[in-house]
Write a protein that binds this ligand. Structure first.
Ligand SMILES: *[C@@H]1O[C@H](CO)[C@@H](O)[C@H](O)[C@H]1NC(C)=O
Ligand SMILES: *[C@@H]1O[C@H](CO)[C@@H](O)[C@H](O)[C@H]1NC(C)=O
Ligand SMILES: *[C@@H]1O[C@H](CO)[C@@H](O)[C@H](O)[C@H]1NC(C)=O
Length: 254
């Protein structure tokens, strides 16, 4: 019950890593504010949370500044405080320097970087009051370079740098900021990037060689690492970008 009495706001909570994190933290005692674009999908996740702690659900489009403001304000209005912000919402699109577009760059950066920037900015005064913390969901693509997902890789490097910069800016106020950097995780993120079912199964199959542990990851493995960084067990960790990627970040072609 490490999170009993803690208010946790999770973005992108209706699927994948966000949903797994919501369910895990709920069973560790957290009071949750969950955001996503679709209420029905959020309700499905809320149903899997602890029965005595029904999450507060709020829909919105994080790339819409007013929606983002509303997400933070309603959370504070509902719970009266915020202890932990989990910036999880994100998107991936395929495109190399030869076939990307400025529209693609804007879509990816607006969600993966700009909306997080805004939400964190709004959350920080509340986190200072509670000596709370932030966990950002980045990617191995922030730490290493991959072809064919240019805007995504750049956006995740920005998340990593933002994590370190804000960690040192907020350190004296006892607010910690960390990120997790998952490798390939079995979620619907990849499907949404436009991969066909055949491409998708080839991609997951190839993960057996691109990850040292010989397999892609599971969302709940990332959720448990997020829970660790968000908990008092990580009281002396800030500015960290922690790979949860079966060793992928350490692998080089040979
Ligand atoms: C984009 O260009 C890269 C090479 O730079 C290529 O590998 C990839 O297949 C192209 N994608 C599309 C959708 O044309
Ligand atoms: C997490 O990363 C986002 C995007 O780069 C940034 O806006 C946010 O401030 C970071 N978290 C914290 C607490 O800095
Ligand atoms: C955190 O780590 C630093 C560096 O090792 C150490 O000086 C400090 O005492 C630690 N703080 C706590 C609360 O353990």
């Amino acid at each position: 019950m490490a999170f009993l009495g803690k208010v946790v706001l999770i973005t992108g909570a209706s699927s994948g890593i966000g949903a797994a994190t919501a369910i895990h933290l709920s069973h560790l005692g957290a009071s949750l504010s969950l955001t996503g674009r679709n209420l029905k999908n959020l309700e499905k996740i809320a149903d899997q949370c602890h029965k005595e702690r029904k999450p507060f659900l709020i829909t919105g489009e994080l790339t819409n500044e007013d929606d983002t403001k509303n997400i933070l304000e309603s959370t504070i209005k509902h719970f009266g405080k915020l202890d932990i912000l989990i910036n999880n919402a994100g998107t991936i699109e395929r495109g190399s320097i030869e076939n990307t577009s400025l529209d693609q760059y804007d879509r990816v950066f607006n969600l993966n970087v700009r909306s997080m920037y805004q939400l964190t900015m709004l959350a920080v005064p509340h986190l200072i009051k509670t000596k709370g913390n932030v966990v950002n969901v980045s990617s191995v693509n922030g730490l290493r370079s991959f072809p064919g997902v240019l805007a995504y890789c750049m956006s995740k490097s920005a998340v990593d740098q933002f994590t370190r910069c804000t960690a040192i800016e907020l350190g004296s106020k006892q607010v910690r900021v960390n990120a997790v950097n998952p490798g390939v995780v079995i979620t619907n993120l990849h499907e949404r990037s436009g991969m066909s079912p055949e491409e998708l199964s080839a991609f997951f199959e190839r993960s057996k060689t691109t990850h040292a542990l010989g397999r892609p990851g599971q969302a709940d493995e990332v959720a448990k690492t997020i829970a660790f960084l968000a908990s008092d067990d990580a009281s002396n960790i800030t500015g960290a970008t922690l790979p949860v990627d079966g060793g992928r970040h350490a692998l080089c072609p040979r």
